[in-house]
Design a protein around this ligand. Structure first.
Ligand SMILES: Nc1nc2c(ncn2[C@@H]2O[C@H](COP(=O)(O)OP(=O)(O)O)[C@@H](O)[C@H]2O)c(=O)[nH]1
Ligand SMILES: [Mg+2]
Length: 262
């Protein structure tokens, strides 16, 4: 368990952006209103639509907004890892993942931060009682439900929305799992983070959220991203089962050690 008495005061909300020019001002504005003490880091992958410039303008006018300019599109996971490192280096106590497109409701963030008092990671969850999705195409809902079934099957976990992208971590949680161990660059990143936190015996809590389809801009979801997530999840599951089997069979002890002295 990560030290529960650690401060949760300094919060950094990381917002990854790729071509979110129509959304970045809306989302930072709503976040600032919802959690006024928190800082926001826009992690932009050199968006061709000028999202980075808009973020710079917002940051110039507000000392709670920061921008991390990255060289090019490297995936959601890579942007978050860079954001986590940026935040850990600057001593933030809590690091939050939050989409830019309005799918996550900044107004619900306080619920996650509250739940973090008694957890090491908190997931905003669409698939626990009270969670809802609004305006999502049936195909995306099926993909999310299927992805979570797949994840629970391979990893044997009880988390209902492992693929969900609204997550809050204690700094100590990220330090404990070690960011270098995260393999997934795309959306498999969310499962990767959840799995590694659980593998360290840490507590993951889920709070119900409303997830709404974006109203502006385009989704960056692709079949390549889905395949990466599916294959990696199966690989982690197989590796885990193999390790369980090995520990069941038990390590071969050297003969001299059996029976102790004499
Ligand atoms: N920096 C960065 N952000 C990304 C990348 N891919 C997606 N995002 C952001 O991650 C969030 C979720 O992506 P989105 O396309 O809405 O995915 P969907 O909601 O699953 O369709 C949005 O804020 C995107 O702008 C990427 O390669 N780099
Ligand atoms: Mg989205």
């Amino acid at each position: 368990m990560v030290e529960r008495t650690a401060s949760l005061e300094k919060v950094l909300v990381i917002v990854p952006t790729y071509n979110e020019a129509e959304n970045v001002e809306m989302i930072t504005g709503r976040l600032r209103a919802s959690v006024p003490a928190a800082h926001i880091l826009v992690a932009d992958d050199n968006s061709p639509d000028g999202t980075g410039d808009i973020a710079d303008r917002l940051a110039a006018a507000d000392d709670h907004i920061h921008v991390l300019h990255r060289q090019g599109k490297e995936g959601l996971g890579a942007a978050y890892l860079a954001g986590f490192r940026w935040g850990l280096d600057r001593g933030y106590d809590v690091l939050v993942e939050h989409d830019a497109d309005g799918s996550h409701q900044p107004e619900q963030l306080p619920l996650l931060l509250d739940a973090l008092r008694d957890a090491d990671m908190v997931k905003g969850s669409r698939w626990v009682r009270g969670g809802t999705v609004v305006n999502w195409p049936k195909s995306r809902e099926l993909l999310s439900r299927g992805g979570n079934l797949w994840t629970r099957f391979w990893l044997g976990i009880t988390v209902k929305d492992a693929t969900g992208g609204l997550n809050a971590f204690r700094a100590g949680t990220l330090e404990t799992i070690g960011l270098d161990t995260i393999e997934a660059a795309g959306y498999g990143f969310q499962v990767n983070m959840t799995w590694n936190v659980l593998q360290h015996g840490l507590k993951v809590a889920e709070v119900p959220i409303e997830f709404a389809e974006r109203e502006r801009g385009q989704s960056k979801m692709s079949s390549k991203i889905i395949l990466e997530a599916a294959l990696l999840t199966a690989r982690w599951g197989i590796k885990h089962r193999a390790e369980q089997l090995r520990s069941l069979v038990g390590p071969k002890r050297p003969k001299a050690a059996v029976g102790g002295q004499g």
